[in-house]
Design a protein around this ligand. Structure first.
Ligand SMILES: O=C(O)CCC(=O)C(=O)O
Ligand SMILES: [Mn+2]
Length: 205
């Protein structure tokens, strides 16, 4: 690791889970910078709430989302197709910092807004075919901290829980999406909003 990155960021933690490669950077952004990004993204993102279909019934997605990225990089998940809006300067700035540490290039970012503890993201893997095999997913969190759960698809005893803090970065790569699911569960705690950004690389379309 270069002197630059080890000085600039606090210590990173490898979660050491089987069939996974997940690294957590607790204070990837300082609190002051993270608070600024949080306010900007909360107020300036073109948030939307899509419908999802579950067992033939239609529900509102339990959070707001937005997709930004390079032109033509459409993203389909849970039956929803999103066309990206062009990257804003703030998103480009964050993307460049994340690309430097992850040594990966991303062409879209999916944003999630969890308005309160009742907003959530159900069990899933980021394994859409347009991401190719073994995708690198770089997930940045701003605002209220939330618990992030992981469970192995085959080994039912393999589970993990981590709190994603303001200004943190979580990088999932290698076989993580093939073998693991993740979720952000609801909480009864009275909590403020959280903005999450997952940088992804769409390799088809
Ligand atoms: O909010 C998070 O930390 C996770 C988001 C996520 O898993 C996703 O958008 O695919
Ligand atoms: Mn995900």
């Amino acid at each position: 690791m270069s002197l630059f990155s080890s000085e600039e960021h606090s210590k990173n933690i490898n979660l050491n889970l089987p069939n996974a490669d997940i690294t957590y950077y607790p204070k990837f952004f300082s609190e002051k910078i993270a608070d600024n990004y949080f306010e900007t993204l909360l107020n300036e993102t073109n948030w939307r709430q899509d419908d999802i279909k579950l067992f033939g019934k239609t529900y509102k997605q339990p959070r707001l989302t937005a997709l930004y990225g390079e032109d033509g990089k459409n993203y389909t998940y849970s039956g929803i197709t999103m066309n990206p809006l062009p990257f804003t300067s703030v998103l480009r700035e964050i993307k460049e910092k994340v690309e430097k540490i992850s040594e990966e290039k991303f062409n879209v970012v999916l944003l999630n807004l969890y308005r309160d503890g009742q907003d959530s993201n159900g069990w899933h893997s980021d394994d859409e075919k347009e991401l190719g095999e073994n995708p690198v997913i770089a997930s940045v969190s701003f605002g209220a901290e939330r618990k992030f759960y992981l469970k192995h698809k085959e080994d039912k005893s393999a589970k993990h829980k981590i709190v994603l803090e303001n200004g943190s970065l979580l990088i999932m790569k290698e076989q993580t999406q093939r073998f693991w699911k993740h979720q952000i569960p609801k909480t009864k705690k009275n909590i403020s909003p959280r903005v999450n950004l997952t940088f992804r690389k769409i390799i088809s379309s």
